[in-house]
Design a protein around this ligand. Sequence first.
Ligand code: ADP
Ligand code: MG
Length: 191
Amino acid sequence: MIERTLVLIKPDGVQRGLVGEIISRFERCGLKIVGMKMVFADEKLAGDHYAADEAWMISVGKKQKESYAKKGIEVKETELELGSKVRDYLIKYISMSPIIALVIEGHNAIAHVRKIVGPTSPHDAQPGTIRGDFSFDSYQLADSSKRPIQNLIHASENRKEAEREINVWFTDKEIHDWKRIDEDLLYRKGK
Ligand code: ADP
Ligand code: MG
């Protein structure tokens, strides 16, 4: 199933000069860039992207609690409180300096991009993933510094999120239909 997904290279990726490195990882596996631009987002746009969706904030808080529990640390705040605090950090963070927004297309692109990106906390991410190769940030380091985890990348988690997020950052005219040279081989029909 051909899908489109939204990727953002966050301020840490841009400021550390890792844009080319990161984009090349998607390109080299055959995924296709169909939209790309640099954006200096304001807090309104950042807030549209990180929408005040309760279910998502709870899932953010839940992941944090699970990570702390593995280290034997109990967190008193509710999942929603934790998630809502992270959302505030994120809005300030991604509107701090320019980011790169991309729409990436390919077979199972949403899950495949997430695999290349790795899990939320770079400390948990395997080498070979973008987050594992370029950062060692963690829940605890971010938390003690009152900032979001700096994990270089945002990537949509599922179809609904991808569709909504692509619409936040791109107009239809900014997304292009074109063909990679390797598509004939990849998507050819057997006889
Ligand atoms: P992902 O980016 O892997 O989909 P989430 O959607 O759960 O992760 O969270 C969005 C972003 O919020 C993460 O990429 C990370 O930058 C930040 N973040 C998530 N949880 C925390 C946390 N507990 N403390 C600080 N930052 C967090
Ligand atoms: Mg997410």
